[in-house]
Design a binder for this molecule. Sequence first.
Ligand code: OGA
Ligand code: NI
Length: 357
Amino acid sequence: MTGGVIQQKNTDRKQMLEAFDETKAGVKGLLDSGLDKIPKIFVRPSEELSEELTYKYPKIEVPVIDLSAGRIQVVEQVRSASEKWGFFQVVNHGIPSEVLDRAINGVREFNEGDIEEKRKYYSRDDRRNVKFSTNYDLYHSKTANWRDTLRFSFPDQIRSEELPLSCRESAVEYSNHIATVGNNLLELLSEALGLKSDHLNKLECAKGRRMSMHYYPACPEPELTLGSTKHTDPTFLTILLQNHVNGLQVFHEDQWINVEPYPGALIANIGDLLQLVTNGKFRSVMHRVVVNREEARISVAYFLSGPIQENKGYGPIDELISEENPAIYREVHLLDYIKKFLSVELDENLGLDCCKI
Ligand code: OGA
Ligand code: NI
């Protein structure tokens, strides 16, 4: 292909993205327009499709941890899952199932509700605290993802009145509960590292809490696209609530493994920053979301990102390094790390490679 043709293609793509973005109706708006083929901007390159959608689907599963079991047992399970999988599910975490159901229903009501109401929130303006959009990286990714997201920081930077009415109460209620689970998990993770239970909390891992409410509409050609490109999370810890619809997959031992939806369960995954401070002991693992023809997948991701505004520096925890086990990462500043994450395409993110010594 000549340079001119490539240039033309890029211009076409940019125009298509802009036209789509200007509808402010998201992927759900496309679906509602009754299309039976997905627009080109969502179609992944054929090499990628053949390489990635074939997987053996073995009968192994992300560990499920019952938090009501004895402390020693729970800590051991958290340690093992964080080292081997970087992912685990938790049950008996203390959040009533009605709270979880209301959070999911709130996301559904917003996304399936009045389009004019949704348009009020549709924005790429970083000065806005509550933002709704299709793909934060729409203009610099190779392929757009089949999902719409409402995102905000909670509760430090917004007032609840800023949230859409349809999900306001349920989001506030859920965020109050999930904060407690987040702290409990940080205590378990600290103990799993052989540290005092308040170690990770003292590092302020739970500061800078953000929430992404994702809506992955049903898709007429699910084999051609993804709900989310493969990525690792630029967080300390992510806690995810999913509805009953399959879609999340974790890359484990060279294969994509489904994370089964269990009623009442929450998914926890180690982010890049926890991999960094644990000097690689806990792993931040690639994951992605596939979509389906039948039903919308809904999820609420709660990110523990640390004190980003203060741009604090983080390196491997002193207690976890020694002469035999020297630091493999240098110190990074949170803001620099997040900026880097946001500036490249999701699947081209090399995570912690940049911070290796
Ligand atoms: C994320 C994420 C998975 C999902 O928000 O980082 O991986 O199922 N979400 O929505
Ligand atoms: Ni993620």
